[in-house]
Design a protein around this ligand. Structure first.
Ligand SMILES: Cc1ncc(CN)c(N)n1
Length: 221
C-alpha cells in the first residue's frame, strides 16, 4: 500500500478537511478574525504536542538512520511554523508567554493525545501514519490555495499563513515525509488486518483535523 490508499480509504473526510470553508475563507481574507485567532492560539499548543510526537519517533527507532529521519521535520515545526504563529500573535498584542498560558480546547487535547497514544501503543509506522494527515493535508491545502483563482494575497490579513503552507520549504518537507511513509507502507498489503488498522488511524486523524477547523469556526459564534 501507499499514502494514496490511506487517503482513498477516507476520501470524503479528506475532502472535508482539505476543502473546508475555514481554509477557503482564509484564502479570500473573509475568515472571521476571532475564528483565526482562536485557531492560531490552539495551533501553537497543538504544534508543541505534535513536536513531542515527532520526538517519540526517535524513541521508537532502532537504527541511527531512522533516528535522524524525523529531525528536519521537527526542526521545521519548532522553528518555521512555531515562529510564524508567535510572530502573528504578537501583531495582535499577544506574547509567547500568554500563548503558553492559553487553556487547551477539547479538540486540541483530543487530537494531540490521540496521535501520542497511537505512537506509544504502536510502532513507528503507526506513529507516522497518525502524524501524516497533519503534514500532508496542509501541503494539499497550501498547493490548492496557491493556485486557486479566488485566493487573494494583497490586503489579506491571513497572507502569511497561505504563504507558509504553499511555500517551497513546507512543500518540499512534506514530499520527504511522503517518501518516507511510502517506504514504510510498501510491504504492507492494503487488504490485510495491518493495512486496515493503518487506514483507520489515518482516517481518525483526518477527522480530528476537520474538528480542528470547526473548533476555530465555533469560537467566532
Ligand atoms: C492542526 C494542524 N494540522 C496540521 C498542521 C500543519 N503542520 C498544523 N499546523 N496544525
Amino acid at each position: 500500500m501507499n499514502y494514496q490508499d490511506l487517503i482513498s480509504y477516507c476520501q470524503q473526510d479528506w475532502e472535508d478537511y482539505t476543502e473546508h470553508d475555514f481554509v477557503n475563507q482564509l484564502a479570500t481574507g473573509d475568515l472571521n478574525k476571532y475564528a483565526f485567532f482562536h485557531y492560531l492560539k490552539q495551533d501553537y499548543l497543538f504544534l508543541k504536542h505534535y513536536a513531542r510526537a515527532y520526538a517519540l519517533a526517535v524513541f521508537k527507532s532502532s537504527t541511527l538512520a531512522e533516528m535522524r529521519e524525523p529531525l528536519p521535520g521537527l526542526n521545521a515545526l519548532l522553528e518555521s511554523e512555531m515562529n510564524h504563529h508567535i510572530e502573528y500573535c504578537q501583531t495582535w498584542g499577544l506574547s509567547a508567554e500568554e500563548m503558553e498560558a492559553e487553556p487547551e480546547d477539547f479538540g486540541t487535547v483530543c487530537y494531540t493525545r490521540y496521535v501520542l497514544d497511537t505512537g506509544m501503543a504502536g510502532d513507528r509506522t503507526d506513529l507516522f501514519t497518525a502524524l501524516a494527515p497533519c503534514a500532508i493535508g496542509y501541503a494539499v491545502v497550501g498547493q490548492r490555495l496557491g493556485q486557486w483563482p479566488e485566493t487573494k494575497l494583497e490586503g489579506n490579513p491571513y497572507r502569511s499563513w497561505v504563504e507558509l503552507y504553499s511555500g517551497e520549504d513546507y512543500q518540499s518537507g512534506v514530499e520527504e515525509t511522503i517518501r518516507r511513509l511510502n517506504a514504510m507502507l510498501e510491504e504492507i498489503p492494503l487488504e490485510s488486518k495491518r493495512g486496515h488498522r493503518l487506514c483507520e488511524i489515518f482516517k481518525t486523524a483526518t477527522r480530528m483535523e476537520v474538528a480542528f477547523w470547526e473548533q476555530g469556526m465555533k469560537a467566532a459564534q
